[in-house]
Ligand binder design. Structure first.
Ligand SMILES: Cc1cc2nc3c(=O)[nH]c(=O)nc-3n(C[C@H](O)[C@H](O)[C@H](O)COP(=O)(O)OP(=O)(O)OC[C@H]3O[C@@H](n4cnc5c(N)ncnc54)[C@H](O)[C@@H]3O)c2cc1C
Length: 441
């Protein structure tokens, strides 16, 4: 039987996470917002320092006490092993507070990086890197995109070649999030340019202090002042690495990265559901409170249309994301059928946010267009959702290809469903029924 209600024990965990986000994390978020403004105008940040870090550790301990630390990981890695459907329901809640990923041990790109090391790393590599990542001892970075090539791996130029006992890594990487402050960078490099594309690249575990890692500059996102930001433009300048820096097999880079990105995409999608719902919650309160031309905004039919369209879009999208998550749990792999659904929700996420956040922002009038609600930040977040982890167009191609696989061309001049042909076939099949009975009235 299909049941849309989570089982009571898990519902209790969801309720706990929701209350914890509202009571503990959202106030922290507001403080962080103020902190960012302080820094923007050149004042020292409010929140740096041991006291703040201790507070975060305390919150992390509470999460661990609930068995919710490292939600995306299985028990063998210290997580609860929820599976994707439950993980999605949790991510929907955690999307409300930007501090939640740090406090719940699900911060990107550390989550995907930990998964990569867990899947591909040797016992030694896991010992050195996985445990401290799981304990949130430092940040990590995933360094793949290049300045001249993002979504086409066939264009990557960063190379690594064997030299004596080790490797030399050389090339430029672009938009490597937290590249500057990370202690470990996982770098994708071409190790065999003549191999078929799928075997051409490998991944390397590169400690930040390694000589030759040059941060050209840190790049910000929309709305951040020029010269600030978390996304590093990096020159790996003849970086020498030991043999055991190779993560997984030589040539396993591209295949490995797919595992990493697929899980991340669906979690992004569910966070988009949470964000869109938050925008709609705000809009509903606003239109019930604001009066103009003799009636509340909520009484006006065009406003009602906006609310209804947003509600419908969010519900449809949410069900689709949960379906994709359920498919992953069912197949326990990222096979073609699963990849189609993941690509589809990856395409929908920015579109749903674009539509819903825009409507909700618009319904707030000047307040929506101001910097005094969270809607502005949500709006700024929309464009990157359609770019990060591969642009919309690339995922649409996946959806189309996987859909077309289930069909075949017609070998006739007209299609197989052409009515004249269908009617002729039906006449032939029911010829006996169509014969006039002699003597019938
Ligand atoms: C917030 C954010 C964080 C990121 N973090 C990281 C990170 O930590 N590490 C990392 O390595 N990278 C990171 N990236 C980079 C990201 O992976 C790339 O931006 C993404 O793969 C797209 O590459 P690109 O930016 O070079 O766009 P391009 O490949 O130049 O694409 C630009 C546009 O061209 C069109 N296009 C591209 N390909 C096709 C196609 N096949 N068919 C039709 N149209 C197409 C689309 O309109 C697309 O938006 C991050 C990006 C963002 C926005």
């Amino acid at each position: 039987m299909i049941d849309f209600d989570p089982e009571p024990e898990f519902q209790a965990q969801l309720d706990w996470a929701k209350a914890f986000c509202e009571q503990e994390l959202m106030p922290l978020n507001y403080l962080l917002l103020a902190d960012r403004e302080e820094k923007r105008v050149g004042k020292p940040g409010l929140l740096e320092g041991a006291k703040f870090k201790r507070h975060i550790r305390g919150l992390q301990e509470q999460v661990k006490g609930q068995g919710l630390w490292g939600l995306h990981l299985g028990p063998e890695l210290g997580g609860p092993g929820l599976g994707q459907v439950k993980l999605c329901l949790m991510n929907e809640i955690l999307s409300q507070a930007s501090t939640a990923p740090t406090v719940f041990g699900t911060r990107a790109p550390d989550t995907g990086n930990a998964e990569l090391i867990a899947h591909l790393g040797t016992a030694e590599q896991k010992k050195r890197w996985l445990e401290p990542i799981m304990n949130d001892e430092f940040r990590t970075c995933y360094s793949m995109t290049e300045p001249h090539a993002g979504s086409d791996p066939g264009m990557f130029r960063t190379r690594a070649w064997r030299d004596g006992d080790g490797w030399v890594l050389d090339g430029y990487k672009w938009f490597s999030s937290y590249g500057d402050e990370a202690k470990l960078l996982i770098v994708m490099a071409i190790t065999n340019p003549d191999a078929p594309l799928v075997d051409r690249a490998s991944m390397f575990l590169v400690p930040r202090e390694t000589r030759g890692i040059e941060i050209i500059r840190n790049v910000g996102q929309l709305g951040e002042p020029l010269g600030t930001g978390d996304h590093s433009y990096i020159h790996y300048n003849q970086v020498r690495l030991p043999a055991d820096a190779l993560l997984g097999r030589e040539g396993q880079g591209f295949a490995g990265s797919q595992t990493r990105l697929s899980g991340g995409r669906i979690h992004h999608a569910m966070r988009a559901v949470g964000q869109a719902q938050k925008a709609l919650d705000m809009a509903c309160e606003r239109v019930l409170s604001r009066e103009t031309k003799g009636s509340l905004l909520s009484d006006k039919q065009m406003v009602q249309e906006s609310i209804a369209d947003s509600y419908i879009q969010i519900r449809q999208f949410r069900l689709h994301v949960l379906y994709a998550a359920w498919l992953i749990d069912k197949h326990q792999s990222y096979n073609r059928e699963v990849r189609r659904e993941i690509a589809a929700v990856k395409v929908s996420a920015p579109k749903v946010l674009l539509d819903v956040v825009y409507r909700c922002l618009h319904l707030h009038g000047s307040l929506g267009a101001s910097n005094e609600t969270e809607l502005g930040q949500m709006w700024m977040n929309v464009p990157w959702m359609g770019i990060v982890d591969g642009p919309t167009e690339v995922h649409k191609v996946t959806v189309a290809q996987q859909t077309l696989r289930h069909y075949a061309a017609s070998d006739d001049l007209f299609p197989s469903y052409h009515l004249p042909k269908k009617i002729a076939d039906a006449r032939a099949r029911f010829a006996e029924l169509l014969e006039h009975e002699v003597g019938a009235i």
